[in-house]
Write a protein that binds this ligand. Structure first.
Ligand code: ZN
Ligand code: ZN
Length: 164
């Protein structure tokens, strides 16, 4: 597959490709950890370089959701869209409902030659919806021990988001 895309085959690139394929929508950090567990001696920079090369050559797709690190996946070329949970950041694929070149028809394209439509559906995943619809004392107990402290980045508490 690498050769077909004109990319020189290296152990690093194969490992990165395998890691992304095993866990689609991972961040570069996640992939770095997975590749290191797999290959051992590999620098962070080498993993990032491999991700960039594979993305530039069309073997991987990079998704850049607002206020979130970039994610990578190996499902390329179909312009599928994504559902993202605001609470736990879980991202899943969603096919577009219309045609083979989904959502390419803008209401008014202003004369642009459109070749891609980027759609992200934001909300809460079923697990997160279920976990907040439990009883009140259950919830206060949970809030003292957050399940996922990673998500509390300073950026996550802007004024804009607090008011929503
Ligand atoms: Zn969730
Ligand atoms: Zn996807």
């Amino acid at each position: 597959m690498l050769r077909r895309h004109g990319v020189h085959v290296t152990a690093q690139r194969l490992a990165v490709l395998r890691a992304v394929s095993d866990r689609p929508h991972s961040t570069a950090d996640d992939i770095d950890k997975a590749v290191r567990a797999d290959l051992g001696a590999i620098s962070r920079q080498a993993v990032y370089d491999a991700l960039a090369t594979l993305t530039d050559n069309g073997l991987l797709r990079r998704i850049q959701p607002a206020r979130s690190p970039a994610r990578y996946e190996d499902r390329v070329g179909d312009n599928h869209h994504h559902l993202i949970c605001r609470t736990c950041n879980r991202m899943v694929d969603v096919d577009c409902a219309v045609g083979t070149t989904p959502c390419l028809t803008a209401a008014d394209d202003s004369g642009y030659e459109v070749d891609e439509a980027e759609v992200v559906y934001w909300g809460r995943c079923p697990e997160c919806v279920a976990s907040t619809s439990t009883s009140d004392d259950d919830r206060s107990q949970r809030s003292s021990t957050p399940r996922n402290p990673d998500q509390h980045s300073p950026r996550a508490t802007t004024k804009e988001e607090m008011s929503t």
